[in-house]
Design a protein around this ligand. Structure first.
Ligand code: SF4
Ligand code: SF4
Length: 186
């Protein structure tokens, strides 16, 4: 996982004191960590993970002390959306040189193996909560990754630079301004 705590806090808010990880260890298994003092591949349990959770909790690496998933930051997400309960892991990701500008700064929702969040409707509820601001939202169901926010028409206009119709003009302009660092000049 790559990270920027200030931007995570700016976009998602601070960590909520009442949102405890409890028995969840989803991020310790799912995410890729690539920092100078600690690295692990994606989709692999961290070697420090034991039956009671992190076996080096008191001296865990800096990134583990400062990284928190969106469930721990966004009060509107329901309790049942905790990653180990829902099978939905939600994080902010940053790409310095994204192929698609909407990957530059984005909320990523990924389903974990065995998740029934799509069938239960929880994934749709989570999307409704998160697709409300000028931050791109991607959803991965394990087989494909889809841009959920902004909607297709708006995304195409932002990416192409084509003149938007009047009913989309304000929204397209807002997205282009927000993601200008990742877009070629018009
Ligand atoms: S995925 Fe979220 S709730 Fe689960 S251990 Fe990581 S930070 Fe805690
Ligand atoms: S060091 Fe501990 S907190 Fe960090 S990924 Fe490994 S098990 Fe999780």
């Amino acid at each position: 996982m790559t990270r920027d705590t200030d931007l995570e806090t700016l976009l998602l808010g601070p960590v909520l004191p009442e949102r405890d990880c409890g028995g969840c260890v989803a991020c310790c298994v799912t995410l890729k960590v690539d920092t100078p003092d600690f690295a692990k591949p994606a989709g692999t349990p961290c070697p420090q993970l034991g039956p009671q959770g992190c076996s080096i909790h008191a001296v865990r690496p800096t990134i583990c002390r400062t990284w928190f998933c969106a469930w721990r930051r966004v009060a509107q997400l329901p309790d049942e959306a905790r990653p180990d309960r829902s099978g939905l892991l939600i994080s902010i990701n940053f790409e310095r040189a994204p192929r698609n500008c909407f990957e530059g700064v984005a909320i990523n929702i990924r389903t974990l193996p065995g998740s029934d969040a799509i069938a239960s409707g929880l994934a749709a509820r989570v999307l409704d909560i998160l697709c409300t601001q000028l931050v791109a939202v991607w959803f991965s169901d394990g087989s494909k990754r889809m841009l959920m926010h902004p909607e297709d028409d708006v995304a195409r206009l932002v990416l192409s630079g084509d003149p938007p119709p009047p009913d989309h003009a304000e929204e397209v302009a807002a997205w282009r301004e927000r993601y200008s660092a990742f877009l070629p000049p018009l």
